[in-house]
Design a protein. Structure first.
Length: 343
């Protein structure tokens, strides 16, 4: 079975599996005191600069909760888009596990701006209001759109001027980098980001993410928060080995670029269908590996019998179509043929 439902449906990249097998050799110190984790620290500093500190975790929800807890006191709050993953798709983990207050702002295409942040950036010193101390953005957003480096830098400058930190939920940061033709340092370190949830599972890892701290202020608490949040792996070498396999060379960017290219192919095909048949429409720019479209119910049912994909909230006949590192051109073309009703 192949799918356009989620890049989480895809398996692990063979190179990642090989790295896990290679790490399964003899005994190694537990809890991150192993050679693979040491190498990961070197790799992350190569991407983000010498001040970067990276801690592997099991999943993206854990990365977000750990990062935000490390950045906030008990009375703090997070400004985010109402569509943000932390607000919509994490089962209340930031609130229930992290005891975090989320202040949502409606954001077109899922992207915050300094003007939108201003709507919730108020009330400091008022005991009746949770104190806004972090801005969190998703890169890419839940609509597959990307922040440019300049847009991130503007948010960082605003946040810092108000005494807040900037966190990036980078579950698909590799797809954003591929779309923008930018390095991770250009997107994160140089723009003034304080904390990053670095994604890997959606891009071909077996199951590993990382919290990357760029601001030394938040480094001391991270190891403790990771442990109390149940995100410290005893056999850490298997998480670190996956991340090294992904980020030591160019696997992270080539895999993401391929997924993006398949989404562009799908987006173009749907644009052609929209010009030919009523009921088809594109809803957001294709700036990553996601395509959002309006597809007539009959066409959606016909295609879904072969390729699973999700209906998407917000309107009738809206669907989300996700491409992965292993999506092929033939599969994209076949999906388009099914939508079109061609034999």
């Amino acid at each position: 079975m192949k799918s356009f439902a989620s890049d989480n449906y895809a398996g692990a990249h063979p190179a990642v599996l090989d790295a896990v097998i290679d790490a399964n050799s003899g005994h190694a110190p537990a809890y991150g005191d192993d050679p693979w984790s040491e190498r990961l620290s070197e790799v992350m500093r190569g991407h983000f600069g010498e001040r970067a500190v990276a801690l592997p975790v099991f999943n993206g929800t854990g990365a977000n909760v750990v990062a935000l807890q490390a950045a906030l006191p008990r009375w703090g709050a997070v400004i985010c888009a109402t569509s943000a993953h932390i607000n919509v798709d994490e089962g209340g983990a930031p609130e229930r596990v992290g005891n975090l207050k989320l202040l949502g702002v409606e954001a077109p295409d899922g992207k915050l701006t300094p003007e939108l942040v201003e709507r919730e950036a108020w009330g400091w010193g008022t005991v009746h209001r949770a104190q806004p101390l972090v801005v969190s953005i998703s890169q890419t957003t839940e609509f597959g759109t990307c922040y440019s480096p300049d847009e991130i830098a503007a948010l960082a400058e605003q946040a810092h001027s108000l005494g807040m930190a900037l966190h990036v939920d980078g579950s698909r940061i590799s797809n954003a980098a591929a779309h923008l033709g930018a390095s991770l340092q250009t997107l994160i370190t140089d723009t003034g980001v304080d904390l990053l949830s670095l994604g890997g599972t959606k891009n071909g890892l077996l199951g590993a993410e990382a919290v990357v701290a760029l601001n030394e202020e938040f480094v001391p608490g991270l190891p403790y928060v990771r442990k109390l949040s149940m995100q410290l792996g005893s056999k850490m070498r298997f998480l670190s080995a996956q991340l090294v396999a992904m980020f030591e060379g160019d696997l992270w960017i080539t895999s993401a670029a391929h997924a993006n290219a398949m989404a562009q192919r799908l987006h173009a095909g749907l644009a052609s269908l929209a010009s030919e048949q009523p009921g088809f429409a594109l809803l957001h720019p294709a700036e990553s590996n996601a395509v959002f479209a309006r597809v007539p119910a009959e066409a959606a049912a016909r295609a879904r019998a072969v390729y699973p994909f999700y209906d998407w909230p917000g309107g009738e006949s809206q669907v989300r179509l996700m491409c992965s590192f292993d999506t092929t051109e033939a599969e994209v073309d076949h999906l388009l043929e099914l939508f079109a009703g061609r034999p």
